[in-house]
Every structure is written in C-alpha cells, then in structure tokens.
Design a protein around this ligand. Sequence first.
Ligand code: SAH
Ligand code: AVI
Length: 333
Amino acid sequence: MEPLLQAGGVVVRSFLAAGEDRALADDVLDGLTRPFKELPPKHFYDARGAELFDRITELPEYYPTRAEREILVAHAADVVALTGAGELVELGSGTAAKTRILLRAMHDAGTLRRYVPLDVTESMVRATAGELVQELPGLEVHGIVGDFERHLAEVPPPEAGVPRIVAFLGGTIGNFPPGSRRRFLRGVRRLLRPGVDHLLLGTDLVKDPAVLEAAYDDAAGVTAEFNRNVLHVLNRELGADFEVGAFDHVAFFDREHEWIELRLRAQRHMHVHVGALALDVAFAAREELRTEISAKFTRRRLDGDLGAAGLRLVRVLTDPGDRFALSLSTPRR
Ligand code: SAH
Ligand code: AVI
C-alpha cells in the first residue's frame, strides 16, 4: 500500500481510507436501532473533536492528564532504565503531548530508535510524526492511521535486540465497552515479546464521585461540546439531520460499575433521518443515547484485567494525589 507520507525518517500509512464510512455506518445502524441507543466513542474524534479533547485536558476540573503527566515527569527515566526501551508504540496517540516526556527520556538514555503512533485521526498522526522527527534528530517515526480495535496487526514487527514499550495512555482503556477490554488487552499482548517488551498503561482511579462527575461536566461546557460533536460527525459523514442543540449533555458516575457515563438526552420527541442509511430514528422526549463510558480502576481491577490477558504487573506508579496510575506489565512466560 502507498504510504500517505514518506520523507526524512517519517512514514505514515492509513488503514482507514477504504470503507471507513462503512464502519461508521455499521456502528450507527447497530447503535441507533436498539432499545437502549449507543454509539462507540471513537467517532468523537474528527479534527474538531480532537481539538475539543485537547481543550478538555486543560480544564481545571479534568485532572487525569495533569496527574499522568506528573507521574511521567517523576518516573520516565526509571521506566526507560527498567525496560531498556528503544521503541515506543503508542495506541490512541493523539497529540503525543505527554509521550514527549518518555521519548525525551529514551533519547537521554541513548536508546531511542523508533516511535510508532497509531490513531484514528489522520491529521494528528501526520502532525506529531512531523514534529517529533524535528525535535528528536535520528528518530524514525512509523505512523499508523487506524483503529486500535482492528489494526494492531499493522504495527510493524519489533527490531531484534530493541526492547519495545507499547503505551496506552490517558485512561483510554476505560473507554472500551464492557466485555471488550480484556479482548483488546490480549491483542496488545501479542505485540509484546516475553522477557523483552512492556505495556505502559494509564488508568484513572476510583475516587470521590463528585470529583469524577465534575471532570466530565465542566463549568465551561467544553465536555458538553465534545459529547455533542458526535452528532455533527453523523450529520456530516452520513447526511443525518440531528438538531445538535436539542440534545443535553449528561455525565454521571455509575457506582455499581464504577464508570462514568456520557449520554445525550433528547429535549423532546424527535425524528432523525440518516440519509446515507435511509434510516429514520425516533427519540422519545428525554430519551438518552450513551456515547461513552470511562471506567475507573482499582488495583484489583487492573490486576484482574492484565492477568486475564496473560500480562504480569511489574510496577504501579501513581501521582502524589493517588488519582491516576501508570502501570508497567509484561507477558507471562
Ligand atoms: N493518548 C492521548 C489522547 C487520549 S484521547 C492522551 O493521553 O492525552 C483518545 C485518543 O484515542 C484520541 O486521539 C482518539 O483519536 C484515539 N482513539 C479513540 N478511539 C480509537 C480507536 N478505536 N482507534 C485508534 N485511535 C482511537
Ligand atoms: C480519552 N479518554 C480517556 C477520555 C476520558 O476521560 O475517558 C475521553 C473524555 N471524555 C470526556 N472527557 C474526556
């Protein structure tokens, strides 16, 4: 396949171009024609959604990004010393803002060889690839525009003798629908060589529900805009006619499952037409559409999920406020 971009240490390949609207169409057909309506969160992230997420990471209420950055600043050099990593594969890499701390530590340790960002948002993969080869001379970047639920096999094989870290930061593991988290981790495990490679996983921790709910319902309304953005995506990509302003942002902590749920609640009875699918969808007044879950972790949940995927915890690092954890694990032999 022709790369999207190939120049001076950077190659970017896309696995989304052909048939990607089909994947969105299938998700919409599956998700909007069932009694409890639901859409997968990956469709938030068009260029505007990515920009809104970036603004979320700066909000006073949204602590996960700052907490994870604190952990990386304090421990990146230890992580590099412990793993000897020369390659960093990052799933859901986004702007790679925090990743730079790790890449810089690898560079300072003299091990840095290759960075492999994988994200659904093409503009971000292209931009980070270009920036990083400038910032870190000698670095090779192999960017992948793809879906980490479907395209892990497109990650290039590791180089012999170069230990790899697969990083999944930000707490994005919490956004998997129930049931598929462990399947995904098993897929990640296949990217890792026993005795050589590590998974670096960011998980947000269970805490006071008021703190959690504020993080997903900020006073400035940025998360509400991010949530409603998925309706703009459906209008543009599938010719739907959602009246975006007629859906209210809902965020609450489900204490039984220990996850945050984002929903969009119809203000009144509505009919929506999805042109590309020739589909009519009715919303009752106050009916809700689930757009995201964001699971929060305990040490036990982390152990359980990693263990079920054949991974063994090596270190759990937390921020001074114990809000967020960054864990290193490796395949069980
Ligand atoms: N890792 C960054 C960004 C987290 S936001 C951080 O820690 O701040 C989640 C990122 O995952 C976004 O960049 C989004 O585009 C990407 N993403 C979401 N679902 C995805 C999927 N199924 N496959 C690939 N990337 C995905
Ligand atoms: C990307 N992911 C970890 C974010 C989260 O916190 O679950 C997405 C997000 N949704 C609303 N705010 C942030």
